[in-house]
Design a protein around this ligand. Structure first.
Ligand code: F6R
Length: 613
């Protein structure tokens, strides 16, 4: 993961780099650092701090270090513990060259051993540091470009790195293989970053570095080369991205704000999809005939996006009668790939940058199969690299725990399943329009149910359930993937251990876990047959004195009476049951984490965008 930022130009770099890092902190917040060629001493200076960016801001206070060529980094640790010595930038033996890096150098151990034998002095446990030493060694023997061509042949893995150094004073070197990196072109100034957001508002002229590119970035011009040394001439593209972080808007956390932004996010998403000029298929890189003939759909994603895909499977199979498989991106890449005709492979990703998902898209594309993405970020790598895309209009999601991206993905998938059913002649246009109304109703209920329970959850239930250190989450049919999402949310923001099971599986072993210190959270559905099965599961729990909390729908009195605590939500179209419950579930979990005083927006060990495999 990690965020990489660089600046070279007519101004001093520090404020640009620090602003860029603040915007890229979603990529990791274990530590941060800034390095520049100091304008007064002309020497390389570097300051780093463990912890969130605010610590680096403090470390820089009172330090005059600044210069017109600078780089910065915000870290999500891969190699080496969280400590100042492992923070980037890393330097060579003589502290004349410094490097910031996103990715993993897979053969770093071997390189480190070789360099150590040649008396290079290593100061960290990171894989990144070998890059600084390799450059030091290569640059002593050849010019800058040749040196870079030499070292990219030695590095294995996926990486995007930026580098500055005393031997090449007016340049930021930016190198990309696998991990994303882009360059913003300003007026006698250039910006290098992992994400255009870092320099949004400063320039809209952007070059996304193609894979395996070396960029020598100077204030007024740019030299680009492929890994064979062939010069590349690329035309910048206009990318209209703005930095829309208007703060927490009075909410205690971004997560809470984003929970309450779901209703408008769902409305905006469905309106955008509904108003696409030529319908969804052209946007997805398909013809209407291809949609009609579609026989199978594969949805790929990680974490919360994978959960949304698993709920989406019910939409596509029930409404459009299309066989749908859902795969975890990190598994899919290494499974045998058996392409079939009349199929579409669709990635789901809030960020559009998740490395595992992106690599799946590349792999599928490499087999000549059609690819598409449903994402929240129009300028993302997945949009650029897939055959087609659809957007969720959740607005920027800042809290690490995904909330509004999940609900808008559900809305997008529900709507798309209806469009597909229409294309296949299974439903008429009126039914598609009805889906739109159903989504708006579910969005209303999602928000109303939080408002209804907000106070009592905050005052009573959250402090009570915050006392447990483990919990079991249960669901059936469409509520099973929803309970996976609920358990994930609880784990990541409260650090309470949560295990999820399909409720029908309980009696095959996990029922042994029922004990007074382990509450069970059971999520109901609106399908009558499944509801009856859920009732039986609740009975089994109560027969063993389990502490049962149910998330049910109004009218499901029998289930509620069995529970120690019952929340009810107004009924919706049955397949939208998880969407209607989303707000209440997220708020409940949020309130537990808040009662425990957790750093909700930036939980330990995590990052918002997972750009390493
Ligand atoms: C959990 C969460 C993660 C992400 C996952 C995929 O709250 O946010 O599980 O869902 O890392 O990220 P995207 O959707 O950006 O591909």
């Amino acid at each position: 993961m990690c965020g990489v930022v660089g600046y070279v130009g007519k101004n001093l770099s520090r404020s640009y780099v620090m602003q860029g890092l603040a915007r890229l902190e979603y990529r990791g917040y274990d530590s941060a650092g800034f390095a520049c060629l100091d304008e007064k001493t002309e020497k390389l200076g570097c300051i780093r701090a463990e912890g969130q960016l605010v610590n680096l801001v403090k470390a820089l206070e009172g330090q005059p270090l600044d210069g017109s060529v600078g780089i910065g980094h915000t870290r999500w640790s891969t190699h080496g513990v969280v400590a100042e010595r492992n923070a980037h930038p890393h330097v060579d033996c003589l502290k004349k060259i410094s490097v910031v890096h996103n990715g993993i150098i897979e053969n770093y151990q071997l390189l480190k051993e070789q360099l150590s034998k040649e008396n290079h002095l290593f100061r960290s446990e990171t894989d990144t540091e070998v890059i600084a030493h390799l450059i030091e060694k290569a640059i002593s023997q050849q010019g800058l470009l040749q040196a870079m061509l030499t070292i990219v042949k030695q590095l294995q893995g996926a990486y995007a790195f930026g580098c500055i150094g005393e031997p090449f004073k007016d340049t930021v070197v930016a190198v990309r293989k696998g991990s994303p990196l882009c360059i913003g072109i300003g007026d006698k100034e250039m910006f290098v970053a992992s994400d255009v957001l870092a320099f949004a508002g400063l320039t809209d002229q952007v070059i996304y570095l193609p894979d395996e590119t070396i960029a020598l970035v100077h204030a007024g011009f740019l030299e680009l080369y492929d890994f064979e040394g062939k010069q590349l001439f690329l035309v910048p593209q206009r990318v209209a991205v703005s930095w829309a972080n208007d703060g927490k808007n009075g909410y205690e956390h971004f997560m809470l704000k984003e929970i309450f932004e779901q209703k408008t996010g769902i409305q905006a998403t469905v309106s955008w999809l509904r108003e696409l000029e030529n319908g969804p298929w052209e946007h997805l890189g398909m013809t209407e005939t291809q949609a009609q003939e579609l026989e199978s759909l594969t949805l790929v994603g990680c974490g919360t996006s994978w959960h949304a895909a698993r709920i989406g499977q019910f939409f596509f199979e029930s409404i459009a009668k299309v066989r749908t498989s859902v795969v975890l991106a990190s598994e899919f890449r290494y499974m045998p790939f058996l392409p079939t005709g009349h199929s579409l492979y669709m990635a789901l990703s809030q960020s559009g940058e998740t490395a595992d998902t992106l690599e799946c898209l590349r792999m599928v594309k490499g087999h000549g199969c059609p690819t598409a993405v449903l994402t929240n970020v129009a300028s993302s790598s997945m949009v650029r690299e897939s055959d087609g895309y659809l957007l969720t209009k959740a607005g920027q999601e800042i809290s690490v725990a995904s909330t509004k991206a999940f609900s808008t993905q559900l809305a997008g998938l529900y709507w798309l399943a209806h469009e597909l059913a229409y294309q296949k002649g299974l439903i008429d246009r009126q039914a598609v329009e009805q889906a739109y109304d159903q989504l708006l109703v579910a969005a209303e209920i999602l928000e109303d149910s939080i408002t209804r329970y907000r106070e009592i959850i905050t005052q009573r239930y959250a402090p009570y359930y915050a006392q447990f250190d483990k919990a079991i989450f249960l669901g059936r049919s469409i509520s099973y993937p929803f309970c996976l999402e609920a358990a994930l949310k609880l784990k990541e923001i409260s650090y309470i251990f949560a295990q999820s099971y399909p409720a029908g599986e309980l009696k095959h072993g996990p029922i042994a876990l029922i004990a007074p210190d382990t509450p069970l959270f059971l999520f109901s559905t609106l399908e009558p047959v499944i509801y009856q099965k859920i009732l039986s599961n609740a009975q089994e729990i109560k027969a063993r004195h389990g502490h049962l909390v149910v998330f049910a729908f109004e009218g499901q009195d029998e289930l509620c009476q069995l529970a120690d605590l019952a929340f009810t939500v107004k009924p919706v179209a049955p397949l939208l049951a998880p969407l209607a419950m989303t707000g209440l579930m997220q708020f409940f979990v949020y309130a537990i984490a808040d009662a425990l005083g957790r750093p909700i927006d930036k939980p330990r060990h995590l990052a918002k965008s997972v750009t390493v495999e």
